[in-house]
Design a protein around this ligand. Structure first.
Ligand code: SAH
Ligand code: SF4
Length: 373
């Protein structure tokens, strides 16, 4: 894989700073405001991690900057490549916490799935991330760092205009992005900046379990595509599968979708629906789903359940998924079934990290594991 520098130890990390924060840093050093633009270009367009290589800056300024600041990357603790081209990185941050990040190449695009938190405070009953005890928000630097790392690994510097391998970003890794809104927003603004990584808001999709009060804000301030983890068509079942539903029930959630700024037939809201055998996969539920979505510019993404050890559910069988999809399709909604990708490298949400934690636990003995109960 391409060169990876460890995170900057003891230095002010420049990756993840907003332009305003970068300006404050320059001012504190007594440097001119135009340095911000130059630095932005080196960091986000050229992907340079060595301040010494930023040749448009004077040698003395580079030396002064390198004494105070660094341009780092998360450390890669494992890098895996699937036979289908999917790549997965397990990243470790300065405090030892780990998250995953996955790149999925397709014919017409390449999607990077990034994480917004270590673990998740929510406890969706089918999701492995929800069973992980340790939770903290990722910083803006750690969120942008995932994109920088992927760009390094894909060899995509300087930021290409065309034929990119990393064209889309989905916030569908670990964590609930709308519970870490400020850092996610700062990170996405950096990712969308035209003079840097320059990914359009139309190529970014934020997936939420339905934090209703934050949905409108996300649309108004960031304008990214929205995906809703719906998974059930009654409050009774959704209360079990996605317990945040007790706080923000279906009617409120769908209302927030109806008025989501920027949604249109050209930019539809994605409704994710995990297919759980005998739980939410009947034809009657497919018809009810169609009824609920009336009036919302929607598409449906059917996700065959990804099993994990001792999960209380099974994946629906192919015939049930097909019948469900046909009903939704016949009502005029596109409803592709997400093909499992990278199964040989456990690319599904939460699994690689869990395997690594288990491995270390058994190596240490459960009582000595730092995060054992
Ligand atoms: N917390 C956010 C984003 C991360 S989860 C959210 O819930 O939307 C990304 C998607 O993967 C969500 O739709 C989630 O419900 C789904 N998912 C989680 N665990 C899964 C599993 N075991 N099998 C299939 N999909 C799963
Ligand atoms: Fe958290 Fe999303 Fe998993 Fe629910 S599905 S526990 S919100 S990561």
């Amino acid at each position: 894989m391409a060169s990876v520098t460890p995170a900057t130890e003891g230095l002010r990390e420049l990756v993840g700073l907003s332009r305003e924060e970068l300006l404050a840093e320059m001012t504190a050093m007594g440097a001119e405001a135009f340095r911000v633009r130059q630095l932005w270009h080196w960091i986000y367009n050229r992907g340079v991690t060595d301040i010494g290589a930023m040749t448009t800056l004077s040698k003395t300024f580079r030396a002064a900057l390198a004494e105070r600041c660094g341009v780092g990357r998360p450390a890669v603790t494992r890098a895996l490549a699937s036979v289908d081209g999917t790549r997965k990185w397990l990243l470790r941050f300065a405090d030892g916490q780990e998250v995953e990040c996955v790149h999925i190449p397709e014919e017409d695009r390449g999607t990077l799935c990034i994480s917004s938190q270590v673990g998740c405070t929510l406890t969706c009953s089918f999701c492995h991330t929800g069973t992980q005890r340790l939770v903290r928000n990722l910083t803006a630097a750690e969120i942008v760092g995932q994109v920088m790392l992927a760009r390094d690994a894909l060899g995509e510097w300087p930021s290409p205009q065309d034929d990119r391998q990393l064209t889309n970003i989905v916030l569908m890794g670990m964590g609930e992005p709308l519970y870490n809104y400020d850092n996610v927003a700062q990170a996405l603004r950096i990712v969308m900046d035209h003079e840097g990584l320059s990914l359009s808001r139309r190529k970014i999709t934020l997936s939420t379990s339905g934090i209703v009060p934050m949905i409108r804000r996300c649309g108004a301030e960031l304008g990214v595509n929205l995906a809703i983890s719906l998974h059930a068509v009654t409050d009774e079942l959704r209360d079990v599968l996605v317990p945040i539903n007790r706080k923000y029930p279906l009617a409120e959630l769908l209302d927030a979708c109806r008025t989501y700024p920027g949604a249109s037939n050209a930019r539809r809201i994605t409704f994710e629906y995990v297919m759980l055998k005998g739980v939410n996969d009947s034809p009657a539920e497919a018809r009810e789903l169609v009824r609920l979505l009336a009036g919302i510019p929607a598409k449906v993404n059917l996700i065959p359940f990804n099993p994990w050890p001792s999960a209380p559910y099974e994946r629906s069988n192919a015939a049930a998924i097909k019948e469900f999809s046909d009903i939704v399709n016949a009502a005029g909604y596109s409803s592709p079934v997400r093909t499992p990708r990278g199964e040989d490298i456990m690319a599904a949400c939460g699994q690689l990290k869990s395997a690594s934690v288990r491995h270390r636990r058994s190596a240490l003995g459960a009582e000595q594991a730092p995060d054992a109960p």
